[in-house]
Design a protein around this ligand. Structure first.
Ligand code: PLP
Length: 357
């Protein structure tokens, strides 16, 4: 079976097998990871190893904290402004689709939001060029969504925001390629695409941005309190952190993030190259902004959608239905999707076109 879900999404089979092997007895401890105290030496070692691996893979500079929190990226939409807006009049947001719209709406509860650029007028099929951004040099931060999971639009460049910290929701392309963390003030993302099960949110934040939370900020969402407590001010999502650690090891075994990126490029090319050759299916996104992770595509004749999905299911290609807000299809091809899955999908698209075109 090839699972094209946008998230929670497919995970590397070897990781799931290892988790299954260790399920009842983690390395002779006599306990499942789920049953361990987060303050015990076993879990503390799991947590420390996950953080070490993450830091190594992304080359996270020393002056950044890595936090493993809860609430998902949607909670971060509130937690970021709560922690970063204090003493500032406003924050800049770049609007590239459904997920940035949600971030903007939520941030407005905590302060003034300036939408510095938007691709709404082209139906969210591109990333606005930086020359068109109307940034405020006094803004608390500039927020982007580095990969719009629903629209299939991805930044393939890093914005230059000068002294204003760049904040990125990387939920759906985190750990899909190397990232120069030093160009960002803060990176956040939910785990359930590329790094594990839902439940853990990774936040990578520069030290000097910590410690200015608004007084209303819940303690569990105050970066300073969590940083001072090694992300254990409240009980962390222990099992999700454990699986994320196994996935980080798997990424290292694949050769690290550069190798992962090369593989992701090869996979995406199989699908986009095919979409270029047919008018039976189409993808509306500007070529230079197409996501390597989420590939939305539509049939010109939408009345065939159900038949296409039924045939895909019958061939073991699951969860290809597009997001309810845009319809059509979406193939999410995160790190753990093998190239054979994308090849099988393209073969099926050709077969379907031949019999229905
Ligand atoms: N941001 C992006 C880019 C996403 O793809 C998602 C998807 O689930 C979210 C935010 C929301 O994450 P969560 O539901 O884990 O809060």
């Amino acid at each position: 079976v090839f699972n094209f879900s946008a998230g929670p999404a497919t995970l590397p089979e070897s990781v799931l097998r290892q988790a299954a092997d260790e399920m009842l007895d983690w390395r002779g401890s006599g306990m499942s990871v789920m049953e361990m105290s987060h303050r015990g030496k076993e879990f503390i070692s799991i947590h420390a190893e996950a953080e070490r691996r993450l830091r190594e893979l992304l080359a996270v500079p020393k002056n950044y904290k890595v936090l493993f929190l809860q609430g998902g990226a949607i909670a971060e939409n509130a937690i970021v402004p709560m922690n970063m807006l204090r003493g500032r009049e406003s924050a800049d947001y770049i609007d590239t689709g459904e997920w940035s719209k949600k971030s903007i709406k939520e941030a407005k509860k905590y302060g003034k939001v300036n939408v510095a650029a938007s691709s709404e007028k082209d139906g969210y099929t591109s990333v606005p060029k930086q020359e068109s951004w109307k940034l405020d040099p006094r803004a608390a931060y500039v927020h982007i969504c580095s990969n719009e999971t629903i629209g299939g639009v991805e930044y393939h460049w890093t914005p230059d925001t000068g002294d204003v910290p760049l904040v990125a929701d990387m939920s759906s392309n985190f750990m899909s390629r190397p990232v120069d963390v030093s160009r960002y003030g803060l990176i956040y993302g939910g785990a359930q695409k590329n790094i594990g099960p839902a439940g853990v949110t990774v936040v990578i934040v520069r030290d000097d941005l910590i410690g200015q939370a608004l007084p209303i900020t819940p303690s569990a969402f105050d970066y300073k309190i969590q940083a001072d407590n090694d992300s254990m001010f409240n009980t962390p999502p222990t099992y999700a952190i454990y699986i994320a650690g196994l996935v980080f090891n798997w990424i290292a075994q694949q050769g690290g993030l550069a190798a992962i990126e090369a593989n992701n490029r090869r996979k995406a090319a199989v699908l986009y190259d095919h979409l270029e050759t047919t008018s039976f299916f189409y993808n509306p996104v500007a070529r230079e902004d197409r996501s390597l992770m989420n590939v939305p595509f539509k049939l010109r004749d939408e009345s065939l959608d159900d038949a296409f999905l039924k045939g895909a299911d019958a061939r073991g290609m699951l969860q290809l239905k597009g997001h309810r807000s845009v319809g059509g299809m979406r193939a999410s091809i995160y790190n753990a999707m093998p190239i054979e899955g994308v090849q099988a999908l393209v073969a099926y698209m050709k077969e379907f076109e031949a019999s229905h075109g």
